[in-house]
Design a protein around this ligand. Structure first.
Ligand code: PHE
Ligand code: NA
Length: 447
């Protein structure tokens, strides 16, 4: 099979762009701000940043390292590495649960991708122009209560993902990421500028960076941890799969730092763009998944050039969502292709249609099927909770435990090119701090 004798990424830059394409997406612009709003602000942001640095970074490095050593899809990589390290084959579960997690996330991710598409259309049609908060809110609620519209957006988005993955052109996207990511960052800067013009920027800064520790609960800490995994595409075997294309000469720690900085800057930028609008219009901080869709259109509808800027913004958001969604489908497809006689195209269609069907259940939970299904949650929230708060942390924990405890320590230290101090820091964090952090947060958050 051709992909086992993988080609390698042509350069570090190409790899960074592919990894950033997966990492930067709806998680940064859609999910992060509303989680901050739901969790009460700066204390959540602080814990989130801590999780990124102490848990996300070492797990990202571990996943890449495992993938580079295993050279296969995540499930095969884990069983192969377990075999050579004389460890139980059960470690393959880490790879398999990652693939299942990716499939589940793709289903609801595509629904939000559909929202972004619909808002792209709304931008050009001038639907935001001169609207006040009520008008923009009504537009959003109108969308949410219209299953046909949601289905249309979800279907178009998923078709795009399936089409790109089936044709195997995902590699061609790095060039686009290189250009479009900076433009997205620039648009956020413009929006932050608009936020400043509302006179409520200081309030937003305080809200995001001046912690009120009373707002912190075990639940918000678990939410912050889960989001650290989600935003860095960890615990899904995705970064592991990417690592299998990684050349030996690439420094994992430096590369991880670069990707994490990009991801974090975009997320914080989105928060700084959105919260001034929330305060200026007295909107509900805890409006949940609708937050960006009831705030940003207010900016676009009321600023000079808002029509074109809104169009660009939602197009770029859709594009960022697409590159992430592609990275979600890819490992599922590779797995099916390797384990069944299906061709790549058929494997893509099967996985994509499966996720599409599940996504329909998720989108119906916003309207006709809003009664809770389990644990007081509807399908959408259930999929989100199950993946971010349970599957991703546990799978990521498996990856770092394996890298830190099952692989030969000396060879890992050499591979990470660590100095003497670097070695102790890495070993303390990777062996104890990160795993203990995940376990502690996970256990207290669940009970
Ligand atoms: N990291 C992506 C984001 O923040 C979402 C994603 C999760 C992509 C998991 C791939 C895997 O939007
Ligand atoms: Na992200």
């Amino acid at each position: 099979m051709a992909k086992l004798a993988h080609a390698q990424w042509s350069s570090r830059m190409t790899f960074v762009l592919a990894a950033a394409g997966s990492a930067v997406g709806l998680g940064n612009i859609w999910k992060f701000p509303y989680m901050v709003g739901e969790s009460g602000g700066a204390a959540f942001v602080f814990v989130y940043l801590l999780c990124i640095a102490l848990i996300g970074l070492p797990i990202l490095v571990s996943e890449w390292l495992l993938g580079r050593r295993g050279q296969k899809n995540p499930a095969s990589t884990m069983s192969e590495l377990a075999r050579t390290a004389n460890k139980p084959k059960a470690w393959a579960i880490v790879g398999i649960s990652g693939i299942v997690g990716a499939f589940l996330i793709l289903s609801f991710y595509s629904v939000i991708g559909g929202w972004s598409l619909y808002y792209t259309v709304n931008s050009v049609s001038g639907a935001f122009s001169g609207q006040d908060a009520d008008g923009i809110g009504a537009l959003f609620n109108g969308m949410l209560s219209n299953p046909g519209l949601l289905l249309l957006g979800h279907s178009i988005f998923m078709l795009l993902v399936i089409g790109i993955v089936a044709r195997g052109v995902t590699k061609g996207l790095e060039g686009a990421v290189r250009i479009l990511m900076p433009v997205l960052a620039l648009l956020l800067v413009v929006l932050i500028g608009y936020g400043m013009s509302t006179g409520h920027f200081g309030e937003a800064l305080t809200y995001m960076f001046n912690p009120d520790w009373n707002k912190l609960s075990a639940e918000t800490v678990l939410a912050a941890l889960g989001h650290a995994f989600f935003t860095l595409s960890l615990g899904m075997g995705i970064m592991m799969a990417y690592g299998s294309y990684l050349g030996k000469e690439i420094n994992l720690l430096q590369t991880a730092r670069t990707v994490i900085i990009m991801d974090t800057v975009i997320a914080l930028g989105a928060g700084l763009a959105i919260f001034p609008i929330v305060f200026a219009n007295n909107l509900d901080l805890a409006s949940g998944p609708g937050l960006i869709f009831v705030t940003l259109p207010l900016a676009f509808g009321n600023m000079d050039g808002g029509l074109i800027l809104g169009l660009m913004f939602f197009l770029l958001l859709t594009f960022a969502a697409l590159t992430s969604a592609i990275s979600l489908l890819e490992p599922v497809v590779e797995f099916i292709e390797e384990r069944t006689p299906l061709s790549r195209v058929m494997a893509t269609v099967v996985a994509g249609v499966g996720a599409w069907l599940l996504g329909i259940a998720a989108l119906l939970s916003f309207n006709v099927w809003s009664e809770p299904l389990m644990f007081g949650l509807g399908v959408f929230d259930l999929l989100d909770t199950l993946t971010s708060k349970i599957m991703l942390p546990l799978t990521g924990l498996g990856a770092i435990l394996f890298a830190a405890w099952c692989l030969d320590r000396k060879s890992v230290e050499a591979e990470l090119e660590l100095s003497a101090t670097g070695k102790s820091v890495w070993n303390i964090i990777a062996r104890y701090v990160a795993p203990a952090g995940v376990i502690a947060v996970f256990v207290t958050g669940l009970i």
